[in-house]
Write a protein that binds this ligand. Sequence first.
Ligand SMILES: Cc1cc2nc3c(=O)[nH]c(=O)nc-3n(C[C@H](O)[C@H](O)[C@H](O)COP(=O)(O)O)c2cc1C
Length: 189
Amino acid sequence: MIQEVIITTVNPQGVCHIAPMGVHVEADQYIILPFKPSTTLENMLATGHAVINYCDDVRIFAGCLTGHRDWPLLSAETIPGQYLSAALAHSELSLERVEDDQIRPRLFCRRLHTVSHRPFQGFNRAQYAVLEAAILVSRLGRLPWQKIDSELAYLRIGFEKTAGPQEHEAWGWLMQTIDHYRAHEVSDV
Ligand SMILES: Cc1cc2nc3c(=O)[nH]c(=O)nc-3n(C[C@H](O)[C@H](O)[C@H](O)COP(=O)(O)O)c2cc1C
């Protein structure tokens, strides 16, 4: 199974980096697959640790891809690292093994410690729509506009029926980024 989460890592100077990632979960093993180049990859290779943040505030997913990266952090309990204060729960990981690759290395991790902070509130279609739109934003320039536009048209249906204020803010950042990219691309031709 792949879980869409926020990975927090620190560099050797203790500066925290926040990035959405799809983590592959196989029994007790967590595999993180960052595309090179990646700050998450560099930090994990340097420190041997990462934190998985289980978050339903989708502004953090959208924010990391649209220039809003300043989210409140707290100190991890068993590793040198930090977790998001918005996390419903977080897991502290140690890096056990690396399978290097030119494009996308595989970082095999073991979970050392998990803390639950607040209850899961149930599924929400607008949150799903924001995650999918954030993935589209992460692939701007690599996907054809026809695919982006048709996927957004579908996602907008569930979004408009179920979004709350956080989802509206996140969606707004993503649409602004897409519009800006499109305008630039056209004016560059
Ligand atoms: C839901 C979601 C899942 C993502 N999963 C991955 C992933 O598994 N690997 C990856 O390299 N980038 C993934 N991305 C894109 C990264 O978050 C983004 O490119 C980020 O800048 C990663 O590079 P960094 O480690 O340098 O921050 C994902 C984005 C979203 C919104």
